[in-house]
Design a protein around this ligand. Sequence first.
Ligand code: 13P
Ligand code: SF4
Length: 368
Amino acid sequence: MSIDLPTIAPLIGNDPIAPGLRDRISAAREALGKRVLILGHHYQRDDVMEFTDARGDSLDLSMRASRTKDVEHVIFCGVHFMAETADILTPDSVKVILPDMRAGCSMADMADIDQVEHAWDVLCDATSEKIIPVTYINSTAALKAFCGRHDGAVCTSSNARSVVTWAFQHGKKLLFFPDQHLGRNTCHALGIPLDEMVMYDPHDPHEKSGGNDAEAYARSRVILWRGHCSVHQNFMPSHPDVMRARYPGIRILVHPECQFEVVQKADLVGSTRFIIETVKAAPAGSKWAIGTEHHLVNRLKNEHPEQFVSTLAPFACQCSTMFRISPEALCARLEELVAGKESNVIRVDGDTAHWATIALNRMLDMRD
Ligand code: 13P
Ligand code: SF4
């Protein structure tokens, strides 16, 4: 059965904003003035994005947070690990609020500190070579602190190559968590063959050794954590083939959280910021099939009617946790602040924040 790829996905959009809500949000923002800063990640829905003071990818938003000092509250329209990162990078006087506490990240949930501590013991028993831990920013503050304590760093999809290059200047091996795909795609792009990478499975039922014997870890240069993004995991290696057959000349542009086989078939790969800048810079008549979260793809489609923009998959790949940040939740948090109350404040304890800052500062210094 043939499926009309570009017409299916755009049918799924935002619900219309509830009557009166736009006015209430605007009134609350006006009452709060410069005391509040609203940040939004590129995957946010349009009916939330319209109220943000600044938008960006994970690295941009971390940088923005690190420069923020004169506001009382940052309302972070994104997911939990992003709000945690903002709390670490802003001064103590700034409180960071996540509009809806259910906005987590399934990938960040795939590695916890006990599992990572255990993996570290397994690897250190297997090799005496220096291992540098690098965590993708999509992880808890405890994992960022782990990297700070062990001479490691945080990376985002905008600077993963630079951070991995840096890691190999400081150690012989790399432990990369929690996204196996970003780790594999980045290391392969830097010339490391797949057979020098091994996957550590935190759910290995046997021996709790991550699914490999010590020799495999000793031989490998890169140890990838078995984690993934449940949204980007949906893009399949067949999707670029289908789109190219259907739309000759179309270019495939994907996020590096996609599987290796998908990235290998793509014309271009990069962060959400890279995806936006690539489409913005392209001439009229360009054709794109984009492998990332569908709110961003739909926004690009609407902003660039002079080009053909489609999702890469025959269905909408939505980040359901990002989607939990609704205009209703944003309005409720703003109106609380106007009333002198606050809720959903994200706080990272001092010790964790101290060590996480070390790893985050390394990230802030690097861009691909
Ligand atoms: P970016 O850093 O590219 O914005 O990606 C964040 C993310 O969560 C992608 O799934
Ligand atoms: Fe996490 Fe994937 Fe959502 Fe990004 S798109 S926030 S990695 S679940």
